[in-house]
Ligand binder design. Sequence first.
Ligand SMILES: [Ca+2]
Ligand SMILES: [Ca+2]
Length: 237
Amino acid sequence: MNLAYCLLLAAPLMAQPAIPRYEVKRAAGRIVIDGKLDDKAWAAAASAEFVFPWEFQTGAKQKTTAKLLWDDDYLYVGYECEDSDIVALRTERDEPTYLDDAVEFFVNPKPSQTDVYFGMEMNARGVLYDYLMVDSKYAFKRFNLQGVLLASFIRGTLNARGDQDQGWSLEVAIPWVNFEELAKRPTPGTIWTANLNRWDGVEPNRRLSMWSDPVQAQANPHVPARFGQLVFVEEGK
Ligand SMILES: [Ca+2]
Ligand SMILES: [Ca+2]
């Protein structure tokens, strides 16, 4: 095989964005799940900013950042969403919250396999659609995570169109017991994989942004091989 041919084969791989990595620190204090990321513990967590993989989408590119923390009881995820028009209509668990202004957390506690992971799609009202995802295709929504604490906080007016909103934030705490069939509770150094996403806007102007670009022609976030790495560390590392 000549060099030019090798380079030709390598080109599509080289064009792929790197898989991001995030250090999940232990929470230094109690986190009150009220939708506001102003608890002292959050200040120590780095912000992961979402990217906009699909230029053909027409929604505004509004900024989203996410943070994660952990302690003996929970895995915590927090989102900050800039949003000039906050719209969320679904009110019941397992309704299609991804059609609203929503954030998502897809987590794979056992990265040596990509057959199954947990999906959480949470709208700006703090309504949860959760499921077990199998083969990136079958979302078993009757699966319900146990003991999840979830709250959102809206800076603006929900579902009032035409005025100017500032944004919304969301906090969720997930008890470790939910993951025990796939993985033990992490210890420092453990790596899980995950993606964090946001559906933003009202049809026909709607956009999906994500932490790790799944490198798909269509707006498909269900690509566990492209999930980013969550590295659990002790506080302050
Ligand atoms: Ca809080
Ligand atoms: Ca469910």
